[in-house]
Design a binder for this molecule. Structure first.
Ligand SMILES: [Zn+2]
Length: 412
């Protein structure tokens, strides 16, 4: 009898500790509980062999500060993280470094990301793609890197539109060269950001689209006719809309209107609170809607580093301010971001009034669809168990646990 009471007490304690979220393992099957980010209902997610097997709604009260359960975040523009740069030529990019960046991103709830290489010499791009392609299939990375994003070198060379990309390496689109770079990447380039007004760019877009490579328009000053032609030929998305443009633009004829006006085009926006004003994010979101808007970070390796001045590989001075702004003072432009996409999930809710479900869709589901990665991006049986548990406190997302392919890789 006493034993029976003891077991009952044990069950009650167990129940209380897993009331709002938690994790148990029964016969090799993992069970994760939390408040479903979309329905707001307490759910139990059963995971088997890295895959979501079943999701059951539970009859439990929702606490005051609920721990949400959602698909892991997907960032399509990551230049580096936590001191590891994917873009520098003189850095010792190593498999260990790639693993470090990946595990640090997991801590922020990012379970899928595209290492993004920016304008540089063909030698540097080739070398870094080779190192990345050798590392991505390592078991330890658990499929978190499904491919790469090449931003540049086929962009507009003008100051402002070029952003912080080094002028010396900006060039016209060159399909043969790109094919060599893609070969160096193990044919893993799945996104290219280019300027459609450059000579040869439209044919380049057609060729990419035929190969299933997502073409993004960015760092450009194309007129409406050219933007429309680029989308006709398969361009899918505008890269970090509102950035990668000159400070002074024509109020009628500028790339923002034409890209906003074409309903076929997705947009990515950097929601780190520095790259765009709240009213810009709100208008972009209202025009494009939740289906066509993607939150991206454009995060650099300066993320998770100390504030101060740093020198880039080409000798430029970069400043990371105390509040997390990353500046390139010589051109008075931003030098990418130091905030992971996680900050954007909270910030987009704050400035647009969108729901958590909509914010997560823009940080995970839309990306998976855009890149045709149908194994992730949503909490659903049959999908990869890439899962985040988090609280939301005053529009700040605080990651509690991260799961990648059914394995807990981070716990707060
Ligand atoms: Zn850019």
């Amino acid at each position: 009898m006493i034993r029976h009471h003891f077991i009952h007490l044990f069950r009650v304690v167990l129940l209380i500790s897993f009331l709002f979220y938690g994790y148990t393992e029964v016969n090799g099957q993992q069970i994760i509980e939390g408040i479903h980010y979309h329905t707001g209902q307490p759910v139990q997610v059963k995971v088997n062999n890295g895959i979501i097997e079943e999701i059951t709604t539970l009859d439990k009260p929702v606490g005051k500060n609920p721990v949400y359960i959602a698909p892991g975040f997907f960032d399509n523009q990551v230049n580096g993280f936590a001191g590891v740069s994917f873009v520098f030529g003189d850095s010792d990019l190593t498999p260990e470094g790639i693993k470090k960046a990946t595990t640090e991103l997991w801590k922020k709830g990012v379970t899928t990301f595209l290492p993004t290489l920016t304008t540089n010499s063909v030698d540097v791009l080739t070398k870094n793609f080779e190192i990345l392609s050798a590392a991505v299939h390592e078991k330890q990375l658990k499929g978190s890197i499904p491919g790469f994003h090449l931003e540049g070198p086929y962009i507009n060379p003008e100051d402002g539109y070029r952003g912080a990309h080094p002028l010396a390496y900006v060039k016209l689109p060159d399909w043969e060269e790109f094919m060599k770079l893609n070969a160096a990447s193990g044919n893993n380039i799945i996104q290219v950001t280019l300027a459609p007004e450059m000579k040869g760019a439209l044919d380049f877009i057609t060729k990419c689209s035929r190969q299933g490579i997502v073409v993004a328009l960015g760092h450009h000053n194309a007129d409406t006719k050219t933007v429309t032609a680029a989308i006709d030929r398969g361009a899918k998305i505008a890269t970090h809309l509102g950035n990668g443009a000159a400070n002074m633009i024509n109020r009628h004829r500028n790339p923002f209107w034409s890209q906003l006006a074409d309903d076929r085009l997705h947009i990515s926006i950097i929601c780190d609170s520095f790259h765009l004003l709240p009213e810009e994010i709100k208008v972009f979101y209202q025009v494009k809607g939740v289906e066509k808007t993607i939150i991206t970070s454009d995060v650099t390796h300066y993320a998770a580093m100390e504030p101060g001045e740093y020198k880039t590989s080409t000798g430029e001075t970069i400043e990371l301010t105390k509040d997390g702004m990353l500046r390139y003072p010589a051109q008075n432009v931003l030098y990418g971001s130091a905030s992971p996409i996680t900050k954007g999930v909270g910030f987009v809710m704050k400035v647009t009034g969108c729901t958590l479900a909509e914010a997560v869709q823009m940080a995970s589901t839309n990306q998976a669809k855009l890149f045709n990665l149908n194994d992730r991006g949503i909490l659903e049986p049959g999908k990869r168990a890439d899962i985040v548990l988090f609280t939301v406190d005053n529009f700040q997302v605080n990651i509690q646990e991260t799961w990648v392919k059914g394995e807990r890789v981070f716990k707060n």
